[in-house]
Design a protein around this ligand. Sequence first.
Ligand code: GDP
Ligand code: CO
Length: 398
Amino acid sequence: MRLEIPTNAERFGANLFYQVQKIYELDGGYGVDSEFDNPFHVIQQISYERLHEIEKDMAIVIPVKDERLRLLEGVLCGIPHACLPIVLSNSKSEPIDRFRMEQNMVDTFCRHAKKKYLIAHQRSPELARIFKDGGYLHLLDDDGLVRHGKAEGMLAGIVLAKLAGKKYVGFIDSDNYFPGAVFEYVRIFSAGLSQGKSPYSMVRIQWHSKPKIVDAELFFTKWGRVSRITNQYLNQFLSHFTGYETELLRTGNAGEHALSMPLALALDYSTGFSVETYQFVSLMEKFGGVLPSPFPEIMKRGVEVFQIESRNPHLHEVAKGDEHIKEMVEYSLSVLWHSGICPATLKKDISSELRRLKIVRKNGEPIKLRQYPVLSTLHFDAAVRKIDWAQYGNYKPV
Ligand code: GDP
Ligand code: CO
């Protein structure tokens, strides 16, 4: 890949948030181009070898809830062979067993492709056992099963990736129509993570555009309704501490993102669709230097957050309605509002935005969402001892 070098960044404590990077060539060519020997260039080439090195250590978690099988199959097809896909499903098993259908499709697909994979149902007792054995009970509900929700599926996916011995974990939604876009996202993950100088890094994808039909014409929108709002307040949050107004953060709702495992295990998470925005809140709270950090090692090494703009348009299942959009805005802004370091002026602005959107009533407070503490407290050794890998597909860590 040939990728812009990020020249601009915002620093907040130990966090370095880089500006959005532009891709020049999805395929950067074989070998190392000696043109880049000159130090005065703005583009970098990331070699095939480097991309492969990361991809063989990367799991891609695919959260699924009642999506069309064809879409899920397309997503699998877009994932580079060296990566381990982990399908984490919360699909119905009644009246039709959709999960069984997913399992069959994924197994057949991977048998033909000779591809390693893992698949788990979010509500299966086996998956819950990992959290019981590991002594991390926060994720379990009264029935002793992993709670419902996208974030909850992602957390389970991170844990499976860690148990599978992976060093990186990425996330790709299962409702994507273009396998080519999925392929690009994973390449962006590996290219982004390859730039990290610290062991604690993250890559987030900014979509180039989303195609829509407007007056019978194809129109490519740049900003979704939710991202526009989330990013505005996220930037205000950051500006408050740096003292400089900024528009640098563009990926507050990036479902497509990847983390190095040590960072994935050191963040707090927030439930359902608030998970992506909350990653920024957790970074700012934990490593911003405003509150004492529970991880002095990370404070020393620093955290790097890369934002990269994809070239493919993003087309996913759109028939999910206005209520879904409202919920996304509510969830994203609530986690900012409830942060222990959210400035009072920003709280006021967020409250009036939520009132304007008729999400919160006058004098009402934004919803307080469930949070999960760092996964590094899970006893992975205890959990892995009893795990039966055959239950989860055809992958067995060495
Ligand atoms: P949007 O794209 O952000 O509007 O949200 P989607 O409704 O498309 O959800 C994002 C991804 O998460 C999709 O792949 C869904 O199938 C998946 N998903 C949604 N809810 C859950 C859940 O409770 N558990 C799991 N495992 N996946 C979920
Ligand atoms: Co979607």
